[in-house]
Design a protein around this ligand. Sequence first.
Ligand code: GLN
Length: 189
Amino acid sequence: MRIGVLALQGAFIEHQRAVERLGMECRQVRTRSDLSGLDGLILPGGESTVQGRLLSEQSLTQVLRGEIEGGMPVFGTCAGLILLAKHISNDESVYLGTMSVIVRRNAYGRQLGSFCVTSDMGAIKDFPMVFIRAPYIERVEGEAATLATVDGHIVAARERNMLATSFHPELVSDLRVHEYFLDMVRGRT
Ligand code: GLN
């Protein structure tokens, strides 16, 4: 089983380390050919506008959209969630647009740029959730389901092969959210 992490910008090394700590290979993805033979892909946090532009410059947008629509398991964190969203409520842009969620970018404002709370994500109890200029999900639609809320806002969701969190599980030593994603990948392969 081989996992990829989109490595155009942002916190991709931390995801790679988390996957490797779980005993799995992880390949950095920068070009179309890096996508071949992958069983799952992580879209890291960072800056969604920059990542979106680089995806398009590398001619990766369409091909990635096709892979995800074809069922490849994908896990977007923070900016990665923004890339997956069908609609961004405070921005005109749509990047991959495969996931039936409406997100708000920089939703916590500048006052509360970064914070950490311990909360549950379904069966994953007391997970340390690190938020950095994070989006949250205003609404899930279609087959998308809420997995976690913090202060009444949706911070994790799943739709079929797509998992997304507002927070950064790659920045903590607790690997349970990555394990959840790897279980999704195993379910398919
Ligand atoms: N604020 C960033 C954006 O809008 C996301 C922040 C993050 O990924 N930590 O793209």
